[in-house]
Every structure is written in C-alpha cells, then in structure tokens.
Ligand binder design. Structure first.
Ligand code: P5A
Length: 447
C-alpha cells in the first residue's frame, strides 16, 4: 500500500476523552472512530488488525477441530424465554420490537440460538462430539462503556459451543479450548493467564478467564508469580488426545491464579510470600462448562447408545476479538506509539522515502516495495511529499514492527537502513539484504 493512496486519518492532538493509552493510540493512529457511546467505526488500519486477529482465531479453531458457521446478530426473544434468560439478562440486553410487534433482541451471546440449531438437527449420540463456533458482533448495553474497544457496547467476539454425550467428554472439550486459547493468544504476542473465575450470567461451575496483565485492566487478579514463566510455545498437541490436553491444563492451571470473584485469601496464603502477586488484568477470553443447563431447558437431547434420550452436555467459549486490539496495545507500546507484534501487524514493514522526488530514492523504494509484495508481504510505503520527521512520527505511531529507510546518502554507499520498532536499533544493509531479513522474519522464502 502506498500511503499517498491510503486512508489513514491520523490525529495530531491527543483526544481528551481517551483515558488509557490503547484508546488514545487507536484514535490517534486513525484505527477507529466513535460512532456513538461504545460503538465504533473500524477505519482501514483498525479493520486490518481486527481481521488479522480474527484470522489467527480461525486458524487455531481449525487446528482444534472446531467448525465455523455464522448466526444472525438479531435474535428472537422466544428462545430466551425458553431458557429463562430473557428476564435474567436485564438491562444489558438491547431489546427491539419489530413492525409486527414481535420481541427481538440484538444478541449479547448465542447459547440459546445454537442450542436451537442443535435440537433441530441432531438426534443421535453418533453425531457427537460437536463444536461449532462463529466470530460475530455482539451487543451488550453496558452501563459504562469505556476505554474504547475495551468495553464497548457493540463488540466482536469469537463464540464457540460444544455438545457432548457425557460430562467427561464435555470436560475434554473444555480442556481442548483451554489449550487452543493458550496457543491463540501467544500467536498474538500476548501472555494470557487462565484464572479461576465466576460463571456470571452464562452460568456453570467450571470456568476460566484468560487475563493479560496490565495496569489499566478492569479486573483485580491474584496469582503465583511462577505462572508467568510458563510458555506454550510451538508444541505439537493432538487435540483429540484426552491425556495430552489434560496435561497442558494441569500445567497451566495448577498454580494459584484467580480473579477477585473467586479469590480465597486462605488458599492464596499457602503460596510462598515472595511469589504472591496481586495485579490488574484485561479479560480477553472465558471458557465455560455448564452441563445440561440449556439443553434441559430447551429440549436438546440425543438418543444415547442404550436408546434412551438424554440432554447433551454443553459449554461455551469466548474470545474478545475487538477487545484484543486494546489489550495488545496496552501490552506493547512506548511513548511514541503502538508496537505491533509481527503476528497481528497491519503491514509487515514500512518503507520511508527520505527524499520523495529524488529519482534514485524513488526508484529504490519502488524496487523494495515490489520485491516485498512479490514475496507475499504487505509493505506500507510512505511516498508522501513530507518531512522525514513527520514520516518517522507516523510510522512510530502506527507501530509497524520493521521500517526500511531509503535516502540518497545511503544509496550512494549502496545501503538502506533497517530499523526495529521494538528496540529502536538500526542497521545499514544493501536493499536485497534488508528484504531478505524481512522475508525471513515473516517466514517467507526470498529469491
Ligand atoms: C462464551 C462465548 C460469553 O459470552 N458465551 C459465548 C460466553 N462469555 S463472556 O465472557 O461474557 O464474553 C467473552 C469475551 O468477550 C469479551 N467481552 C467484551 N469485549 C468488549 N466489550 C465488551 N463489553 C465485552 N464483554 C465481553 C471479553 O473478552 C470476554 O472474555
């Protein structure tokens, strides 16, 4: 993409309404624009990162064997009356009446709707286990939407639902989700710690929240510091293997880590004092096992091996896709702007032309741009007729992890500059070598 042709409405001023750094940078970098309280327009740069995050979610769901689909945002109230949650959900639910006076709602979550899909189409245990999921907009009429996309009213969520014959099978689905979420967040450059939590309006006895530690987090958390040494890494997991998933679960959940809702001072005090931590965290996901709560209320049964009809065991599993943009920025920024992890960056690298209009510099930039593009990478070429200082400030603000700087002086010596946004370190290299390095970083074979 050439910046002269892109739509990147960066702001010079820090917007007064933004209280936390991720919200400030998302507004300043032209990623989002508030449409009304807690509701945002996703401008091209923000939309790109949102899609990158969504793609990682899809890839990791596929790896775990879960099946994507899409349900509508507007739901009929009838289903919610069946489950009993229509009244329970209270004012967070946006209720709508259509022209025929039918009660509708903008879905805050989809347990009822997916249970209806299941009961209409599945009647035998032979079709189990089954995990369906979607990535879809949700609406919760939060009393205090704030911090930009972090606590929105309209937000993008991955929501998955498992259907199993027995509690044991459903707990495997729970473990499988926990494992796949660890991998998902790590690919986004995040450490998200699974913590014992409370079921809230979704319900259930088994539930973990995934928290990214950050001072601006809305949740208070308590944990054993040893937990932050754990890394999932690139281990190969067979998601159908019950023992393997169980082993990962135990590794990541056996140490003390709880949100304030489930915090127990007496148990916490058994952790050696020097390892006890209390901190703030951003909840980027939550998984639940709630047994037959919805299947019994809504008649979602299957015929078991002995011919008897039994309600299915279910769980649901959510990732806050739009919230993750805020969480990643909170975890990765400096005073100049965002620092995107390579896994989610909107462009793989920036190209800054220090002297637009200089034939040699223009030509070198074009060549680098074309080579990177041919490798399947997406560079952002700042080809505007602007001061170098302004170009650097924009690149730093929007946070591309790598920058290639091209100027007449370097070119005389046959070199360009390759700079890491994270460390600020620069290196002078011939253009081909800079391209090869970028290709290597992103796992692309260069010629
Ligand atoms: C699990 C999937 C559920 O709704 N039902 C379907 C279950 N869980 S949850 O914890 O309530 O939400 C899942 C994740 O969505 C994000 N989230 C939000 N993001 C932005 N703004 C909001 N107002 C908001 N509310 C929830 C969180 O990341 C949460 O973990």
């Amino acid at each position: 993409m050439r910046l002269s042709r892109y739509f990147l409405p960066v702001l010079k001023e820090t917007p007064a309404e933004a209280q936390i750094v991720s919200h400030r940078y998302m507004l300043r970098a032209g990623m989002i624009k508030q449409a009304s309280a807690g509701i945002y327009t996703w401008l091209p740069l923000g939309f790109k990162v949102l899609k990158n995050i969504e793609n990682i979610v899809h890839e990791e769901q596929a790896r775990a064997g879960h099946i994507p689909m899409l349900m509508p945002t507007i739901q009929s109230a009838e289903l919610w009356k069946e489950s009993g949650r229509y009244d329970d959900y209270g004012q967070e639910m946006l209720r709508i009446t259509d022209r025929h006076d039918r009660d509708m709602l903008y879905g805050p979550t989809n347990e009822e709707q997916i249970t209806d899909v299941f009961r209409s189409n599945v009647s035998s245990y032979k079709d189990l286990p089954l995990t369906l999921y979607q990535v879809q907009w949700k609406f919760r009429d939060e009393i205090r939407p704030r911090f930009g996309v972090m606590r929105g009213r309209e937000f993008f969520m991955k929501d998955g639902y498992n259907f199993d014959l027995t509690k044991e099978d459903a707990l495997h689905a729970y473990n499988r989700h926990l494992v796949s979420y660890l991998r998902t967040y790590e690919r986004m450059g995040l450490q998200a710690i699974p913590m014992r939590a409370d079921g809230g309006p979704i319900g259930g006895d088994y539930t973990h929240e995934f928290l990214v530690l950050a001072e601006t987090g809305e949740s208070e958390v308590f944990y054993d510091s040893q937990i932050t040494d754990l890394k999932f890494g690139d281990r190969e997991i067979d998601y159908d293997n019950v023992e393997q998933c169980q082993a990962v679960l135990e590794e990541f959940t056996s140490r003390y880590a709880r949100t304030d809702e489930t915090h127990d001072e007496a148990i916490f005090n058994e952790v050696p004092e020097e390892r006890r931590r209390s901190a703030r965290g951003i909840e980027v996901g939550q998984i639940f096992y709630f047994g037959t709560k919805y299947s019994e209320a809504m008649g979602a049964t299957v015929q078991g091996p002995d011919g008897a009809k039994v309600p299915v065991h279910m769980g649901s599993h959510g990732i806050g896709v739009s919230r993750l943009l805020g969480a990643i920025i909170e975890a990765s920024h400096d005073d100049k702007g965002i620092i995107w992890p390579e896994g989610v960056t909107p462009f793989h690298c920036g190209i800054v032309n220090l002297k637009q209009g200089d034939a040699e510099a223009d030509e070198a930039c074009e060549a680098i741009y074309k080579s990177l593009t041919a490798l399947g990478l997406e560079p952002l070429y700042d080809d505007r007729n602007e001061r170098a200082g302004g170009k650097f400030a924009t690149m730093d603000l929007i946070g591309l992890p790598w920058r290639i700087t091209v100027g007449p002086r370097g070119l005389k010596n046959g070199v360009v500059e390759l700079t890491s946004r994270r460390t600020g370190e620069s290196e002078e290299l011939p253009p081909e070598q800079a391209i090869a390095r970028i290709a290597q970083i992103y796992g692309k074979a260069s010629a």
